[in-house]
Design a protein around this ligand. Structure first.
Ligand code: PMP
Length: 442
């Protein structure tokens, strides 16, 4: 274990003078002496500017489904460059990609593109508000849906809330600068509690136009809706005339070709995708039932200067074709299962309670015996142990998010060598963590 971050640390000192936190997205800041700058990504591996090499299970929060710098996708992207960029006109490839999406996701009858996940969810919410004439919506506790004011709210379960107290967790903005006025439109319910959902609908159904849910919470340990709950959600939405928006930013084209909708056997009214769509080239999708999506062009404005850039579209066509025509998603899931079995063996041998949550292509590691069914239960796991373990993994060349709410993402390039290296690094890291924590207790 001799990782040095000399250049990274020196670069951080310079970068922070021109960039807040020395980075372009706040989630990339890992501390003044722990922030990593990447030189190159290839397959499932990253090399930082100090030439440290890592096996990456963070995968940029999910996009690199086929691995970094995938030769076929990158060749397609180069062809996309030749098309010329963005023109404030359409290109034929928009239809090709929309058709590929519809072929895998039946709910995606009509499709529009944007650049980021945030934009896609914003558009879905706007279409829903326009169609229903109702501004209020329901969010699931623990869900994350992007960086816009309407959804930048969380339920505080870590500080000042006690499980079983009978009190609802406080709902707070994620960020300063989010107008307090947005709070009035949000109703929050825990995952997998259909009764509480119905109570909210009964009490406020006249104001609520949509329910926004990520059924496998890719920002919350991959806590997953049960089939039964998801079917109750679908029928309650129908009964109370509330539109069901399924955010598949992370699950889309990953947990199944048809995403979490296929996995759980439900169909959204509106759904959103990004991440795996183009193996990391910036593109996102809002899609849904024709009747709803026709709001766009009628009453709802949607568009943007960089929408459907020729590079991203070409990469999307290639990525989606590979996902549709090859068994790559099954291979990814199988790697995830083998990895979890190996990690589980190491933890069991040391009597560390654990379980894995969600789909093996984006499994959450939960350090408790029983899988959480909602965000409130996440607090009951030993997440502080996980927070101590993650840096030990980084030291040994394995990248995972230090926050246990972020799942481990698998891509097609994770191979046997990655598996073996990961397991031996994990074993050492677990032992080092045990030692570190018992040292602090003394
Ligand atoms: N929804 C979900 C479920 C996400 O995971 C994310 C990003 N992690 C977003 C929305 C926002 O996407 P973006 O960061 O591309 O704006």
């Amino acid at each position: 274990m001799n990782r040095k971050l000399t250049r990274c640390n020196a670069h951080f000192e310079k970068a922070r003078q021109r960039l807040p936190l020395g980075v372009a997205s706040s989630f990339r800041y890992w501390g003044d002496d722990k922030t990593i700058y990447i030189k190159q990504g290839r397959g499932a591996r990253l090399t930082d500017i100090d030439d440290n090499s890592y096996i990456d299970y963070r995968l940029g929060y999910g996009p690199a489904i086929l691995g970094y710098a995938h030769p076929e996708v990158d060749a397609a992207a180069r062809e996309g460059i030749e098309v010329g960029g963005v023109f404030a006109f359409g290109t034929e490839r928009e239809l090709t990609v929309a058709q590929l999406i519809f072929d895998m996701v039946p709910a995606a009858e009509l499709v529009r593109f944007s650049n980021s996940g945030t934009e896609a969810v914003m558009a879905a919410l706007r279409v829903a508000r326009s169609y229903t004439g109702k501004d209020d919506f329901i969010m699931i506790e623990g869900g994350y849906h992007g960086l816009f004011d309407a959804v930048l709210w969380y339920s505080e379960v870590e500080a000042g809330w006690t499980p079983g107290s009978g009190r609802e967790p406080e709902v707070l903005p994620y960020s300063a600068g989010v107008p307090q006025s947005c709070r009035q439109h949000i109703h929050r319910v825990p995952m997998n509690d259909a009764e509480q959902l119905e109570d909210v609908l009964r009490a406020h159904g006249d104001k609520i136009g949509s329910l926004l849910i990520e059924p496998m919470m890719g920002n919350c340990c991959s806590i997953t809706a049960t089939d039964e709950y998801m079917h109750s959600v679908r029928s309650l939405c129908d009964r109370y005339q509330v539109l069901l928006i399924i955010d598949e930013l992370k699950t889309g084209f990953r947990v199944a070709r048809g995403g979490v909708q296929e996995l759980l056997g439900v169909q959204a009214d509106l759904c959103t995708f990004a991440k795996a769509v183009a193996n990391g080239y910036p593109i996102s999708v809002v899609a849904g039932r024709e009747e709803l999506m026709r709001q766009i062009g009628d009453q709802v404005v949607h568009g943007g200067t960089y929408t459907a850039h020729s590079v991203s579209l070409a990469a999307a066509e290639k990525t989606l074709s590979i996902l549709a025509e090859t068994p790559v998603l099954a291979d990814i899931a199988s790697y995830g299962e083998t990895l979890q079995a190996g990690l589980g063996r190491i933890l069991s041998a040391r009597n560390i309670p654990h379980c894995f949550v969600g789909h093996p292509s984006m499994g959450g590691m939960f350090l408790a015996d029983k899988a959480p069914t909602n965000y409130r239960e996440w607090v009951q796991s030993d997440y502080t142990y996980y927070e101590a373990l993650a840096p030990e993994l980084h030291e040994r060349g394995v990248i995972v998010e230090p926050d246990s709410r972020e799942p481990w993402f698998i891509c097609a390039a994770h191979d046997e060598a990655c598996l073996n290296e990961t397991l031996s690094a994990f074993e050492e890291a677990v032992d080092a963590t045990i030692e570190k924590l018992s040292g602090t207790e003394k």
